[in-house]
Structures are given as structure tokens and as C-alpha cells.
Design a binder for this molecule. Structure first.
Ligand code: FAD
Length: 508
């Protein structure tokens, strides 16, 4: 029987094996034997990377987890969501196969229980990487299960055991924020913490908040056959993104049958005989909506409670633990990494930040600055939106003049051949140069394409150089080379063009 504290349902073979890996019931915490070089609180991505990295270099490391090793990413985040997204794509591809000349006869049926079972199987299959056994036996980390709280500036308490440290990392992550909407708690709602436990498909779902998590799950549920309504107070999907990109996503989810309510507010929820009754304020006036489930995706709240941060002299606020550019907290021995302190709440930023923490906390010499990281990200809708670096509005605010080189996916042969011509690549360069400051890609597999631009930014390679990078034909990444060709053509000044004309007339 799975402990309900661990928040995993249903009680099946996959979940039992998962828990055996990431919170084994028979686990005995070690007895501390003197001071550790590094104590890591939280065994999500940030904690695991810090612990494995430090132990791999010979440090004595303690890793403390109160729930499931692997944290959000493995258990209730990236992995289960991407597994479900794959099933949603499959359903969509079958439904729309006629446009490829493939006729599917009969009704296309989604077996929601099979979708969720597949998700649980995949999650469990990945879990040995994050398991207590692996960290203990392979990396030599002392793994403790229990809630950690600081008992002093250089010690933590876990279940009454005092653990002392030279350095510590707070990697306790964040959880779904609960919007203060009257009636919501009483009627019940879903967040990323329980949505992956569903065994019955909701027929009608309201998704409150159109950030990356809400948008990905809205499209996923719609493609699996749920009637989805999204409610967003802002006037676009994915507030942070390029407006053109957000518009494409809006059209895409609308084509999937999602009812989109932008500039709308959910005021109150009440139980009714038909389901959960939502009272909305929309640009068209007050409206009501009845659904079976409500999914809240309105942001993240840092997990600072219960840590007794005051005892350790670690300052924090509503955004999380305060850190400097070296990820050091107001207690010089204590660092932080991942969702607990970073504005960019992604698995790969947690990973990168923890690598910096290992260097900064454990070694003398040059320190790594978090502000120097070039951070790409991707929202896994269809099409995907991937971004790296500056947006034009950020460049403007900083007084940096830019030029944008744009390629529409409808001139990219691979996208044409596959019928995915909606989307674009925009590369923002410092005006008058080919120095890349940022890029947005909207395309199928944009998340794979953005790494090429990130590599260029990290290595200082200019956009023009992409003209001489041979890309396999046909691939969507050719869009990047095309942007470079457009840039290079602007280098053909009138005087150079005149010179070339004379050369060719002379050599014919
Ligand atoms: C639905 C969803 C989809 C996502 N998809 C993606 C994606 O596709 N790509 C991507 O890059 N990111 C994605 N993310 C974000 C990603 O999951 C997080 O950025 C990442 O998990 C952060 O890792 P972390 O280690 O900082 O925190 P967490 O993973 O939250 O880990 C923190 C750990 O600390 C433990 N803990 C907390 N307090 C204590 C305590 N007092 N004592 C002991 N342990 C404690 C918690 O139990 C938890 O296990 C997604 C998130 C969600 C919710």
C-alpha cells in the first residue's frame, strides 16, 4: 500500500515500483559520522545534481528528501506531462491523418486509462536514475528520508537527528500556487500534484492560468477528448513569450476545440448538481461555466515553510530564498539552487545552477555567476515554442538596438513536406552586427532546434557563420541557415554589388 503522504495513486505495480525506487519503505537513515562537506536539502533535479556532482568529486554528502526523490520533474512534472503529451499527439495525428492521404475508418477512441498507465510505466522506467539505492551505492551519498529543518547556522535536523555541515544547499523546489478564489478549496481542484493520479477522464475541464503548464495540459486534455476551457486574466497565452508566438498557440489550441477565455477572471466556484459551477468575468460580461474538474496553473510558490530558515540566518521572501549572483544565501555557508530561488523554473536551469553551486561552495578560485548562463526553454505545445536570450522588449528596456532576422516555416521544405508550415524563427542580433542576443522558434520540434542557437550564443558564433554550416536536407533547422543567408545578403552593399557587376562583365 502506497503511503498517501507520497501523493501517488493509483496503487498499482508501476507506482509501487516507483516508490520502491524513490522512497523505499524499508529504508533506514544512516547515522551521521561527523560533519559533512555538503548537506543537500531536497532530492529534486537541483538536489540530485548537487549531491551526485559533489560526491563524484570525493566530498562527503548527505541528501535529505521528505517525499519522493526525483522531485517534481520525475514524479509530477516534466516526465508524466511529456508522456501524456505524446499520447495526445498520437490521437491528434490519427484524427487528422486524412490530410496525409491516410483514411482511418471507424471512431478514434482514446483509452484514458491506458494513456495514464503508459505514463506511469514510463515514469517508473526512468526512476532508477533518481533512486535512493543508486545515490547511496553508486555515488556514496548518505540518503536521509524526512523533513529537514535548520537547527543552527551549520546544522539541520531530520527526524530528531542532527546533521552538521561545512556547506549546505537548499533545493526544496516549489509547488503549485493556489489562487485565492472563493469556493475553490471547498469544491476541490487539480494541480500538477494530483492531475497525474487521474484514472477517470474528466469530460469537462477548466484550466485556470495559461502559462506553460496550463497551456501544455489544456491542449493535451483537449486532444485526448476532454472539453477544455482556459481562463486567463492576461490578454495572451504564455505571457512571457513573443506575442506572435502566443497567437499561433492560441489558434492551435482553438483548432483542438479548446474554448479560450483571455482577459477573464474566475471569481467564485460553487458545487452544483451538474458539476462545478464557475462564475467568470469576461470581456463580454459575466458568464457561468459548469465543469467536472478545475486545473489550477497560476504559478509556483516556493517551499520555504518548515525549514526554520530564520534559525540559519537565511533570508527569503514570497519569491523564495534570496541568493546573490553566486547562488549564496545570506548565510555564507548555505547556497540555494533550483525552483526555490531561480526565476526560470526549469529542470535544466536547476541542473546548471547546481553545477555552479558545486564550484562556488566547495572550491576556491573563480566563482560561477548565474547571470552569465544562457538559458533556453521550450513549451511543449504543438507547435512548440522555444526561446533563448533576450526578447525585443527586454532589449529595448536595456537600451540595446537590435535587428530581427525572420524566417517563416512555410519556406522550409521539411515543414512543407510534413504539413507543419505554421511557425517561424526570429533571431535578434545587435544592430549592425551578427551577434545573436536572442531567438524565438515556433515549430514542431522547436525545442530541438533552439540548442543550435544556444550553442552559437555560448561560443560567440555570429549568425552569419551559419551560412557555412551545412545542414542536412530537408530539416527544419535549415531555417537557421536561411536566416543567416538573409543576414549575409544585407552585407552586399551597393558599392560591392557594383564591383561584382564589373567583375562578371569583365570575366564573361
Ligand atoms: C507539470 C509540469 C511540467 C514541467 N515540465 C517541464 C519541462 O518540460 N521542462 C523543464 O525544464 N521543466 C519542467 N517543469 C519544471 C521542473 O519540474 C522544475 O523546474 C524542477 O523540477 C525543479 O527542480 P528542483 O530540484 O528545484 O525542485 P523540485 O523538483 O520541486 O524538488 C524539490 C524537492 O525538495 C523536497 N523538499 C521540500 N522541502 C523539503 C524539506 N523541508 N526537507 C526535505 N525535502 C524537502 C521536495 O519533496 C522535492 O522532492 C515542469 C513542472 C511541472 C509542474
Amino acid at each position: 500500500m502506497i503511503d498517501p503522504l507520497l501523493n501517488l495513486h493509483p496503487d498499482d505495480e508501476h507506482n509501487r515500483l516507483l516508490v520502491d525506487n524513490v522512497h523505499p519503505s524499508a529504508w533506514r537513515n544512516p547515522v551521521p559520522d561527523g560533519r559533512y562537506n555538503l548537506v543537500v536539502i531536497g532530492a529534486g533535479t537541483a538536489g540530485l545534481v548537487a549531491a551526485a556532482g559533489a560526491a563524484g568529486m570525493g566530498a562527503r554528502v548527505a541528501l535529505i528528501e521528505r517525499q519522493l526523490m526525483g522531485g517534481d520533474c520525475l514524479n509530477v512534472g516534466c516526465v508524466p506531462s511529456k508522456a501524456m503529451i505524446r499520447s495526445a499527439h498520437a490521437a491528434h495525428d490519427v484524427r487528422t491523418s486524412r490530410r496525409f492521404g491516410v483514411r482511418v475508418t471507424g471512431e478514434v477512441e482514446v483509452d484514458f486509462q491506458a494513456v495514464m498507465e503508459r505514463m506511469r510505466r514510463i515514469r517508473t522506467g526512468i526512476s532508477p536514475n533518481d533512486s535512493a539505492q543508486r545515490f547511496s551505492e553508486h555515488y556514496g551519498v548518505d540518503v536521509y528520508f524526512g523533513s529537514a529543518r535548520f537547527s543552527g547556522p551549520d546544522s539541520v535536523d531530520v527526524n530528531g537527528t542532527e546533521i552538521r555541515f561545512a556547506k549546505a544547499v537548499i533545493a526544496t523546489g516549489a509547488r503549485a500556487a493556489v489562487p485565492p478564489i472563493p469556493g475553490l478549496e471547498e469544491t476541490g481542484f487539480l494541480t500538477n500534484h494530483n492531475v497525474f493520479n487521474l484514472t477517470e477522464q474528466p469530460h469537462r475541464l477548466a484550466v485556470v492560468g495559461c502559462g506553460p503548464i496550463g497551456t501544455e495540459l489544456a491542449q493535451t486534455f483537449a486532444r485526448l477528448g476532454t472539453r477544455v476551457t482556459t481562463i486567463e486574466t492576461g490578454d495572451q497565452f504564455l505571457q512571457r513569450e513573443d506575442r506572435d508566438a502566443a497567437e499561433i498557440i492560441k489558434s492551435s489550441v482553438e483548432r483542438d476545440g479548446v474554448v479560450v477565455r483571455l482577459s477573464s477572471t474566475l471569481h467564485r466556484v460553487e458545487a452544483s448538481s451538474e458539476g462545478k459551477l464557475l462564475h467568470l468575468e469576461t470581456p463580454e460580461g459575466p458568464q457561468q461555466l459548469v465543469v467536472d474538474e478545475i486545473l489550477a496553473g497560476v504559478g509556483r510558490t516556493p517551499n520555504v515553510e518548515g525549514l526554520d530558515l530564520e534559525v540559519a540566518g537565511v533570508e527569503y521572501d514570497h519569491k523564495g530564498v534570496r541568493v546573490n549572483d553566486f547562488l549564496q544565501t545570506t548565510n555564507k555557508r548555505i547556497f540555494a539552487s533550483g525552483d526555490i530561488c531561480l526565476p526560470f523554473k526549469f529542470t535544466h536551469t536547476a541542473d546548471a545552477a547546481s553545477r555552479a553551486v558545486i564550484q562556488n561552495a566547495l572550491f576556491p578560485g573563480p566563482k560561477k555567476r548565474i547571470s552569465r548562463l544562457v538559458i533556453p526553454w521550450c513549451t511543449y505545445t504543438d507547435p512548440e515554442i522555444a526561446h533563448v536570450g533576450l526578447y525585443p522588449r527586454q532589449a529595448e528596456r536595456r537600451g540595446i538596438a537590435i535587428e530581427t532576422w525572420e524566417v517563416s516555416m512555410d519556406v522550409v521544405d521539411r515543414a512543407i513536406a510534413e504539413g507543419d508550415t505554421v511557425g517561424f524563427l526570429k533571431v535578434h542580433c545587435r544592430r549592425g552586427t551578427d551577434t545573436i542576443l536572442g531567438a524565438t522558434i515556433v515549430a514542431r520540434h522547436a525545442g530541438e532546434m533552439i540548442s543550435e542557437i544556444t550553442t552559437a550564443m555560448v561560443s560567440g558564433m555570429g549568425l552569419g557563420k551559419f551560412s557555412s554550416v551545412i545542414h542536412p536536407y530537408p530539416t527544419r533547422a535549415e531555417a537557421i541557415r536561411k536566416a543567416a543567408d538573409i543576414y549575409n545578403r544585407t552585407k552586399l552593399t551597393p558599392s560591392l554589388a557594383g564591383l561584382l557587376k564589373r567583375w562578371f562583365s569583365w570575366t564573361r
